[in-house]
Design a protein around this ligand. Structure first.
Ligand code: NAP
Length: 457
C-alpha cells in the first residue's frame, strides 16, 4: 500500500468511528447537537480521505461537483424548520440518485468482469436507489403540497404494484442469469423508478414521515451495497447504520401511532374522511384575560405543543410564558407526543432551541398520569395527538393511536387559528367538550399576549 492509501484507510476508520459516536449522540436531546457535529465531521473526513483514492487522476470533475453540490446544499439547509421534512426527502432523493448513478457507471465500466456477487450487490444498489429517488421526490412534493396530500388511489392499484414489483425482481434475476444482456438491467432500473412512484402515491401526507424514514432505510442499504461493489468500508458501515436506524425509526413511529408498517404502506390512511360524524355541539370561545387569570392562579400547567407551534414559531413565546408562570410558583410541564409535528423529535428540537430545560419535558406516558391533577392543559397548535376519538371511537381512522389525554385535566385551553382540522383531516371532539375553551389566533401572538396579560394579574 502507498502512503496515500494508508491515509485513505485511516480517514475512513476515523469517519466510521465518528458516524457511530454521532448516531449515539443523536439518541438523546442533550447530546444531539454534539452527535450532529460528529457525524458531519465524519462525513468531511470521509470526503477528504477519498480525494487520496488511487483511482482519482483528475480533480476537475470533483471540484465542479463540490461547487454544484454546495450551491444546492447551502440554500437547502436554510429552509425553515417547518419545511425540514420535505428537505430531508429531497436529500434522500439526491443520496439515492448518487448511489444509482455510481451503480450504473460501474456496470458500464466493468460489465460482467465484476463477478456474480458484486453484480448482485450492484443490482440491489441500483434497484433500491432508483425506487428511493422517485419515492422521495413524490414524498417531498406531497409534503410541499406541490401535489395532492391525500392518497391517490385507483382500481386494481395493489395488483398493478404487485405486477411492477414482480417484473422488477424478475428482470433482476434474469440479468444475473444472463449478465451480458444489459436490457434486463435497464428494464429493472425503469421498473424501480416507476415502482417508487406507485409505492408512494397511495400514501397520505400524514404518513409521509414514516415513508421517508423507510426510504431513508432503503437509501442506506443501497449505499451499503455500493460499498460492497466499490470495496469501500466506510460506505458499507455508514450505509448499514443509515439503513437500520431508518428501519428502527419507522417501526417506532408506527408503534406511536398504533399502526403496522403494512397498514401505513397499503392502508391509504387519510383517503376516508367523515368517520367523525359523532362530533356535535359548539366550541366555547374564551378570552385572553380569562385564560391569563386561570393560568396565574393554577398550581400546575401542562403545555402540549403540536405542529401549529412549529408553523407559528411560538417556542420562544411559550418558554417566556412558562418562565413567568414559574416565577409565580406555578409548576410548569411540557407534554411531548412522539409524533407531534411533522417529524420525530420535532417538538423536542424546537423547545430545546428556546432553552426549555430538558427536565421539564415529559414523554406521553409520563405526562398522562399527571393530567387529572393538572389545573390547565394548554394545547398549542396540536390536534390529532390530543384527539380523544383515538381512544374512545373504535371506528375512527386513528383508533388506537396513543394520545396525550388533555381532556382529563381540570381545564383545557386550545390555541389555534380557527376551525382547521388536524393533519389526518379528522374533526376533534376535544374542542366541543365543556372542559375545553378555544383561544383563537396565531399561537405566537396568543402566547405573547397571554404573557403580558399574566403580568397584569
Ligand atoms: P396536527 O394534527 O397537524 O394539527 C395542527 C393544528 O395546528 C391544526 O389543527 C391547526 O389548526 C393548528 N395550527 C396551524 N398553524 C397554526 C398557528 N400558526 N397557530 C396556531 N395553531 C396553528 O398536529 P399534531 O397534533 O402535532 O399531529 C401531528 C400529525 O402528524 C399526526 O396526525 C401524526 O400522526 C402525523 N405524523 C407525525 C409524525 C412525526 O414524526 N411527527 C410521523 C407520522 C405522522 P388551525 O388551522 O385552525 O390553526
Amino acid at each position: 500500500m502507498t502512503y496515500g492509501q494508508y491515509f485513505l484507510e485511516a480517514t475512513y476508520l476515523v469517519a466510521s468511528i465518528l458516524f457511530v459516536l454521532g448516531l449515539k449522540g443523536l439518541s438523546h436531546p442533550d447530546s444531539a447537537r454534539r452527535g450532529m457535529i460528529m457525524a458531519a465531521a465524519g462525513m468531511a473526513a470521509a470526503v477528504f480521505g477519498t480525494l487520496f483514492h488511487p483511482d482519482i487522476h483528475n480533480y476537475l470533475y470533483i471540484a465542479v461537483g463540490l461547487i454544484l453540490g454546495s450551491s444546492i446544499g447551502i440554500p437547502m439547509a436554510m429552509v425553515p424548520m417547518t419545511a425540514m421534512p420535505q428537505r430531508t426527502a429531497l436529500s434522500h432523493a439526491f443520496g439515492a440518485l448518487a448511489a444509482s448513478m455510481v451503480g450504473i457507471a460501474e456496470y458500464i465500466i466493468h460489465g460482467t468482469s465484476l463477478g456474480p456477487v458484486k453484480m448482485g450487490a450492484l443490482g440491489l444498489e441500483v434497484m433500491l436507489g432508483s425506487l428511493t429517488v422517485t419515492g422521495s421526490l413524490i414524498a417531498a412534493s406531497k409534503l410541499q403540497e406541490l401535489m395532492r396530500g391525500t392518497p391517490i388511489q385507483f382500481k386494481g392499484q395493489h395488483l398493478v404494484n404487485l405486477f411492477l414489483f414482480l417484473s422488477m425482481v424478475t428482470c433482476f434475476v434474469l440479468w444475473l442469469l444472463n449478465p451480458t444482456t444489459a436490457a434486463f438491467f435497464y428494464a429493472m432500473t425503469g421498473c424501480a423508478f416507476a415502482f417508487g412512484i406507485l409505492l408512494v402515491i397511495p400514501i397520505g401526507a400524514a404518513d409521509m414521515p414514516v415513508v421517508m424514514s423507510l426510504l431513508n432505510s432503503y437509501a442506506g442499504l443501497s449505499s451499503a451495497a455500493t460499498g460492497f461493489v466499490l470495496s469501500n468500508n466506510v460506505l458499507i458501515i455508514a450505509g448499514t447504520l443509515d439503513g437500520f436506524s431508518g428501519l428502527i425509526l419507522s417501526i417506532l413511529m408506527c408503534r406511536a401511532m398504533n399502526r403496522s408498517i403494512t397498514n401505513v404502506l397499503f392502508g391509504g390512511f387519510g383517503a376516508v374522511v367523515g368517520t367523525d360524524a359523532g362530533v356535535a355541539g359548539t366550541m366555547r370561545e374564551v378570552t385572553l384575560d380569562d385564560v391569563a387569570v386561570q393560568l396565574a392562579y393554577a398550581n400546575q400547567v401542562v403545555f402540549v405543543p403540536g405542529y401549529g407551534m412549529a408553523t407559528a414559531q411560538a417556542q420562544h413565546a411559550c418558554r417566556e410564558l412558562g418562565n413567568l408562570l414559574e416565577e409565580r410558583g406555578v409548576s410548569v410541564k411540557y407534554g411531548i407526543h412522539p409524533v407531534a409535528g411533522r417529524m420525530p423529535g420535532h417538538m423536542n428540537v424546537l423547545l430545546a432551541e428556546a432553552n426549555v430545560p430538558y427536565s421539564s419535558l415529559y414523554e406521553m406516558d409520563q405526562i398522562n398520569p399527571e393530567l387529572p391533577a393538572t389545573d390547565v392543559a394548554v394545547v398549542i397548535g396540536a390536534n390529532d395527538v390530543v384527539n380523544p376519538d383515538a381512544r374512545d371511537n373504535p371506528k375512527s381512522p386513528i383508533a388506537g393511536m396513543p394520545i396525550i389525554e388533555v381532556d382529563r385535566a381540570k381545564s383545557v385551553v386550545v390555541l389555534k387559528r380557527g376551525k382547521g382540522k388536524g393533519f389526518s383531516g379528522l374533526e376533534n371532539p376535544l374542542f366541543f367538550k365543556p372542559v375545553t375553551g378555544m383561544l383563537y389566533g396565531d399561537a405566537k401572538s396568543s402566547l405573547t399576549n397571554l404573557a403580558q396579560a399574566v403580568q397584569k394579574v
